[in-house]
Write a protein that binds this ligand. Structure first.
Ligand code: BV8
Length: 252
């Protein structure tokens, strides 16, 4: 059987798993936003201005050199103003509409807000949002979209330095969001993991939680990942093409 026949068969198998599930959970990573023009974390070898992301996206880096960390985040916030959701994000909106509110949970590691922009109604943002800032003093949070911020933005209430409202390495994920994501992974019959290298924990652990609770796991990625050995179907290719094709094969 040559390549695209197996690919078509895999798409049909995956569509059947989705179609027979009462509850579906989807977890996305930076790969779903690649076709919108946003860099992934490990695509550029995980480097930014020669720094490993794991060295910039940490509370220690912020304490040591807040201006450097803000340069990293302001550069990414600026790119948000220039990108739009792609057909992969929109296919997940269609899947949410098809499955209904109780039958669908979207979990994302991404902080780019593109799922919201595409029209997804409930999005569990495990790692926070680039569009929100939080005061490092009084903790208030503000939606600031993609508007340019000063090099060292300060809180209008207490004048302490603001930080991006994202989860840095060595920080705990928001407890309420994590609980909902874990519950969805435990109770779904089909777990779709899209565009993640499945390296970052505890997010990547959700794949194994779903599997251990009997869900069928579908992976959509342009390459194999840490999780590929644990999935039921691997759909190799760009999520902007695969996701719309998959939803189409679910039939009416
Ligand atoms: C924590 C926000 C503890 C900031 C991010 C075991 C258990 C628990 C923790 C750990 C553990 N082992 C290690 C840790 C520590 C650490 C960790 O996981 N480190 C890794 C590097 C090993 N985890 C943490 O620190 C977490 N916190 O554990 O706290 C704790 C508990 C209680 C109390 C106190 C502390 C916090 C992790 C969150 C870090 N923050 N982001 C920011 O964005 O700047 S993580 C960051 O990586 C992003 O969120 C990103 O989404 C995420 C994962 O990366 P991916 O999304 O997978 O992106 P990547 O580039 O890697 O891959 C892209 C994929 O897409 C590739 O596979 C590619 O092939 C594919 N692709 C590309 N194009 C396409 C495509 N696929 C389809 N279509 C395409 N077109």
């Amino acid at each position: 059987m040559h390549q695209n026949e197996t690919h078509a068969d895999d798409l049909d198998r995956a569509a059947a798993m989705l179609g027979s599930a009462r509850r579906v959970a989807v977890m996305t990573g930076a790969g779903i936003s690649a076709e919108s023009g946003l860099a992934t974390f490990r695509g550029a070898g995980g480097l930014w201005e020669g720094h490993a992301v794991e060295d910039v996206a940490t509370p220690e880096a912020f304490r040591r050199d807040p201006a450097l960390v803000w340069r990293f985040y302001n550069a990414r916030r600026a790119s948000l103003a220039t990108v739009d959701p792609n057909p992969g994000h929109r296919a997940l909106v269609a899947l949410e509409e098809r499955m209904g509110e109780d039958g669908f949970t979207l979990i994302t590691q991404n902080v780019d807000g593109l799922h919201h922009a595409a029209g997804s109604r409930t999005v569990l943002e495990l790692h926070g949002s680039l569009r929100r800032v939080r005061c490092s003093g009084c903790e208030i949070t503000e939606e600031r979209g993609a508007e340019p911020l000063p090099e060292l933005p300060r809180c209008s209430a207490c004048d302490a330095i603001l930080r991006p409202d994202v989860v840095w390495f060595h920080e705990a994920l928001p407890e309420d969001v994590w609980q909902k994501a874990e519950a969805a992974a435990r109770s779904c019959q089909c777990f779709v993991v899209v565009g993640t290298s499945a390296i970052v924990y505890p997010a990547a652990g959700l794949i194994y939680v779903a599997r251990e609770h009997g869900a069928k796991v579908i992976e959509i990625n342009i390459t194999a990942t840490e999780a590929s050995g644990a999935v039921d179907v691997s759909l190799r290719g760009p999520s902007g093409t695969i996701l719309p094709e998959l939803i189409k094969r679910m039939g009416t």
